[in-house]
Design a protein around this ligand. Structure first.
Ligand code: PMP
Length: 344
């Protein structure tokens, strides 16, 4: 069979080249034109497909990874799913150490993709032997022929976005982007895109989204690690209790902190108003835009690109579950549920 444009050798060929979609309703009345880089269109439904493929192929090029080897990673779920997907196609074993904060759906999905999963307590210090960093490190030292992806401290994470997401956004906006708004976890997404965009136009403003309970914003402002900033929060994949070297803090102009409740409502708003079923951090990114708009950050002629990192299906037991929302004290179930569900 001759290969037509839409026939692929395997699923990995579909990674990247995600669409940029104009936001029409959720930013109505705001200054500026808003566009979402919707990373759920990757085959693994998140931006992490890009880094999994890039890091694994780089290890192959360097001869570090050989057929049958084991790939180990710490992950809030998305990176794990992407690594598991790449491992299946390329024939590697995949071991994932995840935070107990990860949604049960995410953990089940990782198992479904053939990964071995270790669930580690979320609210312990990074150097605790039970933390997912320490568990991954231990397994890496114990298993011969294993590779530890280590996304928080791997420059290839940032490089993946420098090589793919950044150029895509520049091309899709025909160089007219004025602001980038992106969540920061490992910082790979925002730093990689920022580096590429600033090389094209140093005036593009890079706005990072951080969570209340995380150290990133304070570190950006003071270059000091302040453990007083750390406390538990609900949003997965955003913010951190350590300083990742994958983050280029100099490339980021400003951080905005967002809360669990507003971000959850913002995610639901994107789904309802734009027809884009996105994850919790996409809601966090929209929440940041709302706050920045209030602060007068944007002009009517500005072109703002916001990264929506993953798909809403990963949060069916959380943000998109009315009971969960109610349990968090995020809304009054009676009124909101009755508005959308009628039991016959
Ligand atoms: N959103 C989600 C859902 C994520 O899993 C992550 C990754 N931790 C991010 C945003 C942040 O991306 P990055 O790690 O590239 O900063």
């Amino acid at each position: 069979m001759t290969k037509s444009k839409h026939v692929y050798d395997n699923v990995l060929q579909l990674i990247g080249s995600t669409p940029l979609i104009k936001l029409n309703k959720v930013t109505e009345g705001f200054d500026g034109n808003f566009f979402a880089k919707v990373e759920a269109f990757n085959p693994g439904h998140s931006s992490k497909d890009r880094i999994a493929l890039h890091i694994i192929e780089e290890a192959e090029r360097q001869g570090i990874l050989n057929p049958g080897d084991t790939i180990i990673e710490t992950t809030s779920g998305n990176t794990g799913f992407s690594i598991a997907m790449v491992s299946i196609i390329k024939g590697y074993e995949c071991i994932l150490a995840v935070s107990s904060k990860s949604s049960p759906d995410k953990i089940d999905m990782l198992k479904s993709m053939g990964a071995k999963v270790y669930v580690c307590p979320a609210h312990v210090k990074a150097d605790d032997p039970r933390s997912y960093y320490e568990v991954a490190k231990r397994l890496h030292s114990e298993i011969k022929g294993s590779v530890y992806i280590n996304q928080y401290f791997n420059v290839l994470n940032t490089e993946a976005h420098y090589k793919t997401t950044g150029p895509e956004i520049w091309e899709q906006t025909e160089g007219k982007i004025t602001h980038l708004v992106a969540c920061s976890g490992t910082g790979g997404t925002i730093s990689g895109i920022a580096k590429y965009l600033k090389e094209q136009n140093p005036n593009v403003k890079i706005l990072g989204v951080d969570a209340y309970g995380s150290v990133l914003k304070k570190y950006h402002e003071t270059r000091e690690f302040d453990s007083n900033e750390i406390y538990p929060y609900r949003i997965e994949g955003l913010g951190k209790n350590l300083i990742p070297t994958a983050t280029d803090f100099d490339a980021i102009d400003k951080f905005v902190k967002v809360g669990d409740e507003e971000s959850a409502h913002s995610a639901r708003e994107i789904s309802c108003k734009e027809g884009l079923f996105v994850g919790y951090t996409s809601g966090a990114a929209l929440q940041a835009i709302k706050q920045l708009n209030e602060e007068g950050e944007f002009k009517p002629t500005d072109n703002i690109v916001v990264v929506f990192p993953d798909h809403g299906s990963r949060y069916m037991s959380k943000v998109y579950n009315d009971k969960w929302m109610e349990d968090q004290g995020f809304f009054d179930t009676q009124t909101e549920m009755q508005a959308t569900i009628e039991y016959v």
